[in-house]
Design a protein around this ligand. Structure first.
Ligand code: DGJ
Length: 737
């Protein structure tokens, strides 16, 4: 039993294996937050945890209850305008312009399991994993608006999933101005906010700052979760590290405009709000209509950030990723983008395919440029017909040739976009998102389709289906290379315009739903100029995502290390590309490039027909090595060891460990080599203390406790006067004997 309800005082105690989340219906009829943290006993009351004191100069509920002051309590889902002056969780405008609501508790419902949401990506429990769902319902005394707060408890991964659902039973239209997915009020503010921020080619770098008084937030208004800010954030005690300490994780199953906000108030309590960004949002809730928010993920551990990442990764694999692919090993691919860019034809690609086959690569992915008359990035988006100049016998012919090699075949699309130089634009110029009288703002010479129009989704479904069927596709890379501007839809009424950002992303999800249902065996990889939409909403449909356009091995250490806090390595597309690297001009060895890309879904993205025989031999060995340990690389428990975000960042290391702890692979990467360097020991993680292990071809054996506590001596990397030893990678394959 994960959910304990005290009927007498309407207290709800939600327990996971290691955490407790408690709230109670308060005097004003709303829910008050009591506790979230390490698991505690179920008690009849939790007076000690309520932490409310009367304070001067503060409004109270009414004359009869002078001590009940909304500004001094921890609320569960607060409104604005009744004396709680912090940022609210929701706000609704009535026909008369009033935004004041008075929610009062109505009833609760306990359900076994967790159902998927209807039109949004969501968590689920298909496996009878002891999941329970609690719905607590409220009515607004003024408008009749009904609110259901949903809590699903996934006990074994220590995850709580929250969302809110609004229903308008009245005969009047209501406007939802703000509908966040989760509010959490914590009793103090002694936390560091850890966020993952960046930009194109520099996604999800870690930033850590102590909370300060007032509002602090991470958000997007780009109609995508964005390269700039990721919806995943953590609140950790100042002393918390990857290895130990208290930490909360927050994420959203959503890919559009989002807000993660923390408000520290005058009593040093913290309010954490996550959900759809209230800016550029407004939703008309017609009589009898409902609005369901995206789901918020909350997770807690007292055992450090590695533990938090691991429990969330396990949760996503079991309860979010499409079960068809969640446990399936992902193919090693070759992608032609950095090998050819737009300059290819079938004959040229076949030389790459044939070479890839010899190297053991399992899938060929044809990237941008196969359709319309697209020889550069100025044309043809929307014309999802094969370019006969490049494929005179059709894509079917090429696909058959790839399949005949025993390889899978994947194709790139950028469904949400349109080029002005396209047949689609000639036919439907109005399908482009643009505002009346305003000049459309180009981005990469392209514009955004109005995905809120069902006819746009129908068109894309039809054309993509034709390609999937005719080319017998095994995989689709779904790209999205610019953010939306001039947010206006001529399909919507004037009072619906603020619905467009959310309707847009619902249209994207709708297309994903239709394609994944019609073609359940097609593996999707999401992409947005690299990692511009790397989020849990995408993960639900596309089990893997292109992590970043930056394929430089040294930059990837920062990107993959940062990403690993919130997302499992099976989600991270990681490719070996050519040197000098296209984004950085940096030269790193093939060994190092491979050793970085191994810790994700391995691919190659370079012209393998131009490599020297010795390099080809090395690639062949890399592919064989990766396949041998693929289960471990993609699904093993991931441990961060040395952070590139700490100190001078010269050393990064991480490790994957099998569930049975019999096999592990660790990697240590050093950016610059130093002369006469200090001694180094490598401290492994997650091994069995009493198990003996062997490392690489070292004939000695070592107990796990020795390797974890005393470390393994790593000899100095000596310059041999020939090749640079900068950007140097070492792999340690650890095998139980
Ligand atoms: C951006 C992606 O991130 C790249 O991998 C590539 O697919 C290009 N778009 C193609 O235009």
């Amino acid at each position: 039993m994960s959910i304990h309800v005290n009927e007498a005082n309407l207290t709800f105690h939600l327990q996971t294996d290691h955490t407790s989340y408690i709230f109670q219906i308060m005097k004003n009829g709303e829910a008050g937050q009591i506790y979230y943290g390490p698991r505690i006993h179920v008690q009849p009351t939790y007076q000690n945890l309520m932490s409310q004191e009367w304070r001067d100069a503060t409004p109270s509920l009414n004359e009869e209850n002078p001590n009940f002051q909304p500004a001094t309590i921890k609320a569960e889902y607060a409104s604005l305008g009744k004396g709680d002056f912090r940022q609210p969780a929701f706000q609704v405008t009535q026909a008369n312009g009033s935004r004041i609501t008075e929610l009062t508790y109505d009833h609760y419902q306990l359900l076994t399991g967790k159902q998927r949401l209807a039109n949004l990506p969501s968590t689920f429990d298909d496996t009878d994993d002891d999941t329970q769902t609690l719905v607590v319902s409220f009515n607004d005394r003024i408008t009749g608006l009904a609110l259901g707060l949903n809590y699903s408890i996934f006990p074994h991964q220590d995850v709580i999933v929250k969302s809110a659902k609004f229903t308008n039973p009245s005969s009047e239209k209501l406007v939802l101005n703000r509908v966040l997915s989760s509010q959490l009020d914590l009793p103090d503010a002694n936390y560091d906010l850890i966020q993952f921020s960046g930009t194109w080619a520099r996604e999800r770098h870690l930033y850590r700052h102590p909370l300060r008084s007032g509002m602090q937030s991470i958000s997007s208004l780009r109609m995508a979760s964005s390269h700039q800010q990721n919806p995943f954030m953590m609140l950790a005690r100042p002393q918390t590290t990857d290895e130990q300490g208290a930490v909360f994780g927050f994420n959203l199953v959503y890919s559009g405009n989002f807000l993660d906000a923390v408000e520290v108030d005058q009593y040093s309590t913290s309010r954490i709000l996550t959900g759809i960004n209230p800016d550029e949002f407004g939703w008309n809730l017609a009589p009898q209509a409902t609005f369901q928010t995206p789901e918020a993920i909350l997770s807690y551990t007292s055992a450090g950030m590695n533990q938090l990442s691991q429990q969330m990764a396990s949760f996503y694999q079991q309860h979010l990723v499409n079960p068809r692919f969640a446990h399936e090993e992902r193919p090693v691919l070759i992608n032609n983008w950095e090998a050819t860019y737009f300059d290819f034809n079938e004959a040229k690609l076949m030389t790459i395919v044939n070479q890839a086959k010899r190297l053991g690569i399992e899938m060929f992915v044809l990237d941008d440029g196969w359709f319309g008359h697209r020889d550069d990035d100025t044309t043809s988006l929307g014309d999802w017909f094969v370019d006969q100049r490049k494929f005179p016998d059709g894509i079917e012919h090429f696909s058959q040739a790839v399949h005949q090699q025993g390889m899978k075949f994947g194709l790139w699309f950028e469904p949400e976009m349109i080029s002005v130089d396209s047949d689609l634009y000639q036919q439907h110029p109005d399908w482009l998102i643009h505002a009346p009288k305003s000049t459309p703002t180009p981005g990469r010479h392209q514009f955004v389709l109005d995905m809120a129009r069902p006819e746009v989704v129908d068109y894309l479904f039809k054309l993509m289906s034709q390609m999937i069927e005719s080319a017998n596709l095994d995989y689709i890379k779904w790209d999205m290379n610019r953010y939306a501007t001039e947010m206006f839809s001529s399909r919507l009424t004037s009072d619906q315009q603020l619905e467009l950002p959310h309707r847009y992303i619902l249209g994207v999800y709708q297309l994903y739903v239709r394609l994944t249902q019609a073609y359940p065996n097609v593996l999707f990889e999401s992409c947005a100029s690299g990692g511009g939409r790397f989020d849990l909403g995408m993960m639900y449909y596309a089990p893997q995502a292109w992590t970043s356009d930056d394929t430089d091995a040294a930059e990837r250490l920062l990107i993959q290390f940062g990403t690993s806090y919130g997302y499992p390595q099976a989600m991270m597309g990681a490719h070996v590309s050519a040197v000098p690297n296209d984004q950085m001009g940096r030269i790193t060895s093939l060994k190092t490039r491979g050793a970085v890309a191994f810790f994700g879904d391995l691919g190659y993205e370079l012209d393998i027909t131009k490599m020297a025989p010795t390099e080809l031999d090395q690639v062949k060995k890399q592919v064989a090595f990766y396949k041998r340990y693929r289960q471990l690389f993609q699904f093993g428990k991931f441990y961060r060891i040395d952070s590139p975000f700490v100190g001078d960042g010269n050393v990064t290391s991480w490790q994957v460990v099998s569930d049975d702890q019999k096999q592990a692979i660790a990697a240590r990467y050093q950016l610059l080599n130093h002369p006469n360097a200090p001694y180094t020991r490598f401290y492994f993680k997650g091994l069995r203390p009493n198990q003996r292990y062997q490392i690489n071809d070292d004939p000695s054996t070592y107990y796990g406790d020795e390797l974890m506590n005393a470390g393994y001596f790593v000899p100095t990397i000596l310059a041999d006067g020939q090749a640079s030893k900068d950007f140097y990678a070492q792999l340690f394959v650890v095998t139980a004997i």
